[in-house]
Design a protein around this ligand. Structure first.
Ligand SMILES: Cc1cc2nc3c(=O)[nH]c(=O)nc-3n(C[C@H](O)[C@H](O)[C@H](O)COP(=O)(O)OP(=O)(O)OC[C@H]3O[C@@H](n4cnc5c(N)ncnc54)[C@H](O)[C@@H]3O)c2cc1C
Length: 391
């Protein structure tokens, strides 16, 4: 049985795990990342694709909004090849509560979110497919993120900084010694086993984080929230569209390389590995698209898919019994303090937009656990990607 020895073992090759691996490697830690499938094969490949300006959360979740505002600026600098700078509109569509506009603007000011009012006639000139019955329109710095491109580039950059990236290798067991995790036993698709010993193990397995924690006997009450998205063709759209209302289902349309993608639902499910998309969800999303882009529901449907949010309720339960009520900020858990299990950290929740910040805070905690002080540089260094540059 082959054995590897790491200072930091990262479980999960999504945006969070690759971000942690890159940051840890840049700070000089001998780092190994394992991913059960291919890089970015989890939620990160199935998300909606919005580089959040923060606008969506200014009223409902100001902490998440502030994180998005900060990270939006940083990702534009360090990951320009993983983004489209589309800008975004928040519009008051027919039926939306006009009183929300004042709340949105006050909360945006409070959070420091740049907002510009756009006269509806001007918005329609820029986006002729937009519903002509909108009453207000505000520009924000939304963009479009390409999760797979960005995450693959981050993984390659981590490897360039010395990390060992091992896709198609699943953690099947955590090695427990003296009340602490000392790495993991992993298995590939041929049934071969690899043992990886590590000083610190980071659980960045997204909606599967509860299953990894359970291997160390830890109960992690994650709320897997399924989001369904639908994309249609033949609607000219260049700007992200958001309903100017309290966040609910189907109020964002993201333009992505010719597709207009509406999303999402938010449905609590039992098993993050067992879910599908129903006809009712597709119909719900198509109708939601109509409010912003009339004719959306009769445009050629390209695809419908779902992803699962790894939401962690800070209070330990879901208030109001719905995943939408769980904060969109992340949770960084030191299981030595929380559960008496040493050398294990879980980083979960959050957004694709905030993955770099999540990684920074995780590796700061790794440094504290290892008793070293090594500053983060990921906000300063562009994720260079030779594959992208050679195209
Ligand atoms: C429907 C939906 C829409 C979203 N839209 C947006 C958006 O527009 N903008 C935004 O910023 N954010 C969005 N998000 C949030 C964002 O997608 C997630 O926060 C982010 O992608 C989570 O990344 P992750 O790396 O934590 O998880 P994942 O991408 O799921 O990565 C975890 C990885 O761990 C691996 N893994 C699991 N178990 C094991 C094991 N035993 N061994 C090895 N590997 C394992 C999995 O295969 C997976 O690849 C959305 C989320 C959803 C669900």
């Amino acid at each position: 049985m082959p054995t590897l020895d790491a200072e930091v073992l990262v479980i999960g090759g999504g945006s969070t795990g690759t971000g942690v691996a890159r940051d840890a490697a840049m700070r000089g830690f001998r780092t190994v990342l394992v991913e059960r499938y291919g890089i970015s094969d989890g939620t990160t490949r199935r998300y909606h694709g919005l580089l959040h300006s923060g606008g969506r959360y200014v009223v409902s979740d100001p902490e998440a909004a502030r994180e998005c505002i900060q990270e939006n600026r940083i990702l534009r600098r360090i990951l320009p090849h993983g983004l489209d700078d589309t800008g975004g509109f928040f519009v008051l569509a027919p039926g939306d509560d006009p009183a929300f506009v004042a709340r949105f603007l006050a909360a945006a000011r409070e959070c420091g979110l740049p907002v510009e009012e756009v006269p509806p006639a001007q918005a329609l000139k820029e986006e002729p497919a937009l519903n002509p019955r909108i009453e207000h329109c505000f520009w924000v710095a939304d963009g479009v993120g390409y999760g797979y491109v960005a995450t693959s580039a981050t993984a390659r950059s981590a490897a360039d900084h010395g990390a060992t990236i091992l896709p198609h290798l699943a953690v099947v067991e955590l090695i427990i010694e003296n009340s602490g995790v000392r790495g993991a036993v992993c298995r590939n698709e041929r049934g071969e086993t690899v043992t990886i010993t590590a000083d610190v193990t980071v659980n960045a397995s997204g909606p599967l984080a509860g299953k990894i924690a359970a291997l160390a006997g830890i109960d992690l009450p994650l709320v897997p929230g399924k989001g369904t998205m639908v994309s249609v063709d033949h609607i000219p759209l260049r700007t992200v569209l958001n309903r100017c209302r309290y966040p609910t289902d189907g109020d964002i349309i993201v333009p992505k390389r010719g597709e207009a993608i509406v999303g999402t639902t938010d449905i609590q499910i039992d098993d993050p590995d067992q879910y599908g998309v129903t006809g009712a969800e597709i119909e719900q999303m198509l109708q939601a698209g109509e409010a912003l882009l009339p004719g959306y529901s009769v445009s050629p449907t390209l695809r419908a898919w779902a992803g699962v949010r790894p939401l962690f309720p800070a209070t330990g339960g879901v208030s109001e019994g719905h995943p939408r009520s769980v904060t969109r900020t992340h949770a960084l858990l030191d299981h030595a303090h929380r559960d008496g299990v040493g050398n294990l950290i879980t980083i979960t929740g959050g957004k694709w937009t905030t993955h770099r910040l999540m990684a920074e805070q995780t590796v700061d905690l790794v440094c504290r656990k290892m008793g070293v002080s090594r500053p983060c540089r990921t906000h300063l260094e562009v994720v260079t990607d030779e594959m992208f540059e050679s195209r």
